[in-house]
Write a protein that binds this ligand. Structure first.
Ligand code: AMP
Ligand code: GLY
Length: 452
């Protein structure tokens, strides 16, 4: 009889035993390189119907044989790769390839794609387009005015009462184009930075000047397939680098779901006041949306108001939402890509999921690169590590290669257990200068204090 250790080794070296797929085995191409794309890759590898998943360009957490070094915005290169992979589904992670029309080119070439075409992607790529869409379809949002001229924008500021106001570059600015200004003087400075100094280049050709909304923020990722939709649980991101929501904005330092701020009554209201008018608007305007509609909301005293639409999964929200789905998320993405009706609700695991992001020292400013990383041999239960800015060097050493480097995802019966697991794993990761927030989920903890 072989020693138990040998059996263990043998079992680990065998591919995971999958049940017979219900459908034709599927090869999937995922575009992007962040934590969101690693989470999508993990979901694809766990799917009974998926034979192979390839990520372009991918990152250091994905086996090198499943990564391809191409530019996800280069439609011809993406098409060639989709052909090489034999992709039965292409999932587009980030906004840039969507805004560049990569989904349209792939669809024209006959591929099934999860992600909207260029027309739908304009809702994220241009805040001016998005605000005009809200106005046409009666979607509740902050009052605003848009300007393509700095002088006119400054003249508009003179007409406003002294107090907080929000100034936004209309185009894509990697989450950095929004200035929440305490007074009109800082709003004038923001207009100059965006339109005169052109810190975001042509993304600052137009600015939006907006009423400053007060309340708590939350996001809902809606899977949209033509005129049907289904919502993933509400989540809350932590955009600022510092604890207590201080310091500059980042891509997101952590998230959790479900977020209790959105109770069933509010969820219902968001459905009738925001999601349904949006889908009717899509139909009226000929937008065949097949992908994620990310609704950024401010829950104000008057009710939910939309801060922004994005047209892809949030990062790091995606990393906590996919593990909450009790079933195969790939089935849902495939349904969207085919334009098939979606179930009204999806079964969910009765868990709270959190992610704590480990960033490089100095992020979101000039940050350290190429830092060696050592991951622990074992992790707490229901905990896993998602890679973002990592790469394997030629010696096989894992190194940092971006600002947000890793995310620790943990689940538990309540947020306290999930956070305890996540932080235990964060502490066990060796990465010189690792930077993290210790207060992820603080609002939810306030709603659910730990029982003594
Ligand atoms: P956005 O990219 O439009 O979601 O804006 C980024 C962040 O700026 C949001 O998550 C909010 O924290 C803040 N913000 C944007 N618009 C407003 C607004 N009208 N009132 C208050 N805060 C806002
Ligand atoms: N975490 C916010 C975003 O993905 O835009």
């Amino acid at each position: 009889m072989p020693a138990p250790i040998a059996i263990f080794k043998l079992a680990r070296s065998l591919p995971a035993i999958k049940k017979k797929p219900v459908d034709k085995p599927l090869n999937i191409l995922i575009l992007g390189s962040g934590g969101r794309e690693h989470a999508l890759y993990i979901a694809c590898k766990a799917s009974l119907r998926v034979q192979r998943a390839v990520v372009a360009p991918g990152n250091g957490g994905i086996p090198p044989e499943d990564c391809r070094e191409i530019d996800p915005c280069d439609a011809l290169a993406v098409e060639a790769l989709a052909a090489e992979v034999g992709a039965g589904l292409v999932i587009i992670g980030p906004e840039a390839p969507l805004a560049a029309g990569v989904a349209d080119s792939l669809r024209a070439a006959g591929y099934l794609v999860y992600g909207p075409g260029k027309q739908g992607a304009e809702l994220e790529a241009s805040k001016a387009v998005c605000k005009a869409f809200f106005a046409r379809h009666g979607i509740p949002t902050a009052a605003y005015a848009g300007f393509a001229d700095a002088g006119m924008a400054e003249a508009h500021l003179e007409t406003l009462p002294e107090g907080p106001v929000v100034v936004k570059a209309s185009g894509l600015a990697a989450g950095k184009g929004v200035y929440v200004c305490a007074d009109l003087a800082s709003a004038r400075a923001a207009v100059r930075e965006i339109m005169v100094e052109r810190v975001f280049g042509e993304s600052g050709d137009e600015v939006i000047i907006e009423e400053c909304l007060m309340g708590e923020e939350a996001s809902i990722m809606v899977l949209v397939s033509g005129d049907t939709y289904t919502c993933l649980p509400a989540s809350q991101d932590h955009k600022r680098i510092g604890e207590g929501d201080t310091g500059p904005n980042t891509g997101g330092m952590g998230a959790y779901a479900p977020a209790g701020i959105i109770d069933p009554a509010l969820q219902q209201r968001i459905g009738t006041e925001v999601i349904e008018p949006t889908l009717r608007g899509f139909k009226k305007e000929g937008i065949d949306f097949r992908g994620t509609l990310f609704i950024g909301l401010m829950i104000t005293e008057e009710g939910p108001k939309v801060l922004e639409f994005n047209v892809r999964f949030g990062d790091p929200e995606c990393q906590v939402l996919l593990p909450l789905v009790d079933g195969d998320p790939v089935d849902l993405l495939l349904r969207c890509a085919r334009g098939e009706p979606l179930p009204k609700t999806i079964p969910l695991r009765p868990l709270t999921q959190v992610i704590v992001v480990l960033a490089a020292e100095g992020y979101p400013g000039n940050y350290r690169k190429d830092v060696p990383i050592t991951l622990p041999d074992s992790l707490p239960p229901a905990t896993h590590i998602v890679h973002a800015g990592t790469r394997l060097d030629t010696a096989g050493q894992l190194r940092s290669s971006g600002g947000r480097v890793l995310g620790v995802v943990a689940g538990g019966p309540d947020i306290h257990t999930a956070l305890q697991r996540a932080y235990a794993a964060c502490d066990a990761i060796e990465m010189p200068g690792k930077t993290l927030r210790r207060d992820i989920g603080w609002r939810e903890i306030g709603r659910n204090p730990r029982l003594a």
